[in-house]
Ligand binder design. Sequence first.
Ligand SMILES: NC(=O)c1ccc[n+]([C@@H]2O[C@H](COP(=O)([O-])OP(=O)(O)OC[C@H]3O[C@@H](n4cnc5c(N)ncnc54)[C@H](OP(=O)(O)O)[C@@H]3O)[C@@H](O)[C@H]2O)c1
Length: 226
Amino acid sequence: MERWRGKFALVTGSSAGIGFAITEGLVRARINVFACARNVASLEELTASLPSNSGTIYPLKVDLSKEEQIKSIFQTIQTRCGHVDILVNNVVNCLSGGLDGQASDDWRLMLEEDNVQTGHIININSAEWDPSYVGLNFCGATKEMTSALTKALRYELLQKKSKIRVTSIRPGLVASRSVQELLKDDQLTGHEDSPALNCQDVADGVLYVLSVPEKVVITELSFEAH
Ligand SMILES: NC(=O)c1ccc[n+]([C@@H]2O[C@H](COP(=O)([O-])OP(=O)(O)OC[C@H]3O[C@@H](n4cnc5c(N)ncnc54)[C@H](OP(=O)(O)O)[C@@H]3O)[C@@H](O)[C@H]2O)c1
């Protein structure tokens, strides 16, 4: 992780669940994180609890379903540090307008930034879809699409001889806030006792992907609770 110390990351959906665990993992690894969500109180609390040698958290209060607010993130980043070195698309389905570089000029600008030599884009997708998780069926369908988009993005960047790496993280069921709420609302009937990963397990996966030698790129990382 040495080479990422002091660099900048952007994590979407970072106030709770998987995104929160990833944000904490990155700042503890001394990476500075632009952390976005609609509610940022938990990120302010996290900042107060971190050791002094951690990276800095820059909480950004934004609704990622709004194109204008996505643009404001990139404006903030450009003003503060030019670009990010690591981008973790944790709420990928909210970012469909930006991911493919067609709806948002700012997104394209970031990918085409000439001086981004060691960038890494990590998309939090999900394990192969199982429709018996009925309460997550819509989400599962969007994940199939974002897995395909991740592959397409990797291909397009390679065609351009870009050095930016792209990884798809594909966890099985994770006991995050949203899954606990779905279980409470009986929307995951039949899966009440299914084994689930912790958010921390997914964050560890992200840190692992970033920690391999520079000549290696992990294109896809799939894992589930055992
Ligand atoms: N949980 C699972 O079993 C599982 C398995 C595989 C993959 N995944 C994927 O992992 C990712 C995170 O899931 P999770 O289970 O950790 O979800 P979660 O616990 O519900 O957390 C979602 C995060 O996204 C933020 N968010 C949601 N909508 C937003 C919006 N419009 N604008 C800005 N921020 C928004 C939420 O913060 P605010 O409410 O403060 O905005 C929160 O920080 C998702 O892409 C999910 O599909 C989850």
